[in-house]
Design a protein around this ligand. Structure first.
Ligand code: CP
Length: 313
C-alpha cells in the first residue's frame, strides 16, 4: 500500500482488518518494523483520537513521531499555482510538502472541508496537493470528503461484534448545533459497501449524501422504521450536501433514544466521537451495555497500526 486516503487504496480490506486484529492481540510484535523511520502528523484541524491513536500506533511499530499543528505553528500555505504571494500566505505547498518529506518517512494529514466551496472540497484540493508534492506515502487523518482510518476502525469493531455473516447496519443522521462535514458518513458507506454489509441510511429529507458515496444504498426517511431489526446503529451528524454545508433544521426529534433502539435487534450503538450527549444521543443509549464507542476509540490505534505496517512493508 503506497498511500491510505480511501478504501480504494486497500488491495484487500479483510486482510487489513485481520492485520488490525493481530496488532490488537499483540501490539508490540512488530516494534522493530519502523525503527529509524519517522511519522509526521500534520493537523490543520483539532483532534483527540486521531492524533493520539496514530501516534501510539507509530510508537508500537518502533517509529519516531513528529506532530505539527499547521493552523497554529506552520507558515500559512499557498495552494494556488502561479500565485503572487504578496498577501498572507508565506510558503507554497510545492516547497512545504517537499520539505516535510525530507524529515518524515510517512506523512499523515488532517484537513477538513471549507463547507462553503463544494467543488473545491470534493476535489480534495489540499490532500491531493500534498500527494502531488510530497515524496513519501500519505495517510489521511480525515480529509474534506473521507475519514478512512475511522471507517477501518468501524469495520473492525463490527467484525468483532457481528453475530451473523451479513449484519444489518444502519447509518443514522442525528442533530447537531454546528454544521459538520459529510466525511465520516461518506467514508462509512464506502467501507460498508466494500465489506458487503447490509447497509442503509436514514436522515431527514435534504440531507442526501453525494451520489458518489450514496450509490444505491437504500434511504429511509422514517428513522424508527429504518431501525427495525438493525444489528448496528451508526450515528453521525452531517450538514447538507445539496444545500452545501447548511443545517436545514434542528430536527431534535432525530436524537438517538432508548425507544428507537428498542425496535432494533438489540443493536449496538456506534459513534466515532466526539459526541454531544443529549443532542446526538441520549445518555441512556451511550451509557448502555450496547454502546461500542469506547471500544471503537480503542480500535483506532490498531487500525492505524495495520495501515502503517502495510505501508512500511
Ligand atoms: N473520531 C475522530 O476522528 O476523533 P478526533 O476528531 O478526536 O480525532
Amino acid at each position: 500500500m503506497k498511500n491510505f486516503t480511501s478504501v480504494n487504496d486497500v488491495p484487500n480490506i479483510e486482510k487489513l482488518v485481520q492485520d488490525a486484529l493481530n496488532a490488537k492481540a499483540n501490539p508490540l510484535k512488530m516494534n522493530d518494523l519502523g525503527k529509524g523511520k519517522t511519522m509526521g502528523l500534520l493537523f490543520f484541524n483539532p483532534s483527540l483520537r486521531t492524533r493520539l491513536s496514530t501516534h501510539k500506533a507509530a510508537l508500537n511499530l518502533g517509529m519516531s513521531v513528529m506532530t505539527m499543528d499547521m493552523d497554529k505553528h506552520g507558515w500559512k500555505l499557498e495552494f494556488e499555482d502561479g500565485a503572487v504571494m504578496n498577501a498572507n500566505t508565506a510558503e507554497h505547498i510545492r516547497e512545504g510538502a517537499a520539505v516535510i518529506s525530507q524529515y518524515c518517512d510517512i506523512i499523515g494529514i488532517r484537513t477538513f472541508p471549507t463547507l462553503t466551496d463544494r467543488k473545491q472540497d470534493y476535489s480534495e484540493h489540499i490532500l491531493n496537493q500534498f500527494m502531488q508534492y510530497a515524496t513519501v506515502p500519505i495517510v489521511s487523518l480525515e480529509s474534506a470528503t473521507r475519514h478512512p482510518l475511522q471507517s477501518l476502525t468501524d469495520l473492525i469493531t463490527i467484525r468483532e461484534h457481528q453475530k451473523t455473516e451479513r449484519p444489518k447496519v444502519v447509518l443514522s443522521w442525528a442533530p447537531h448545533p454546528k454544521a459538520l462535514p459529510q466525511a465520516v458518513a461518506n467514508s462509512f458507506l464506502e467501507w460498508m459497501i466494500a465489506a458487503n454489509m447490509e447497509v442503509s441510511v436514514t436522515h431527514p429529507e435534504g440531507y442526501e449524501l453525494s451520489p458518489e458515496f450514496a450509490q444505491n444504498v437504500p434511504i429511509e426517511y422514517n428513522q424508527k422504521k429504518a431501525f427495525e431489526g438493525a444489528d448496528f446503529i451508526y450515528t453521525k451528524n452531517w450538514s447538507s450536501y445539496n444545500d452545501y454545508g447548511k443545517i436545514l433544521a434542528q430536527n431534535s426529534n432525530w436524537m438517538i433514544t432508548p425507544d428507537k433502539m428498542a425496535v432494533t435487534n438489540e443493536a449496538y450503538f456506534m459513534h466515532c466521537l466526539p459526541v454531544r450527549r443529549n443532542v446526538v444521543v441520549a445518555d441512556a443509549v451511550i451509557d448502555s451495555k450496547q454502546s461500542l464507542v469506547i471500544q471503537q476509540a480503542n480500535n483506532r490505534t490498531y487500525a492505524a497500526q495495520a495501515v502503517l505496517k502495510n505501508i512500511l512493508t
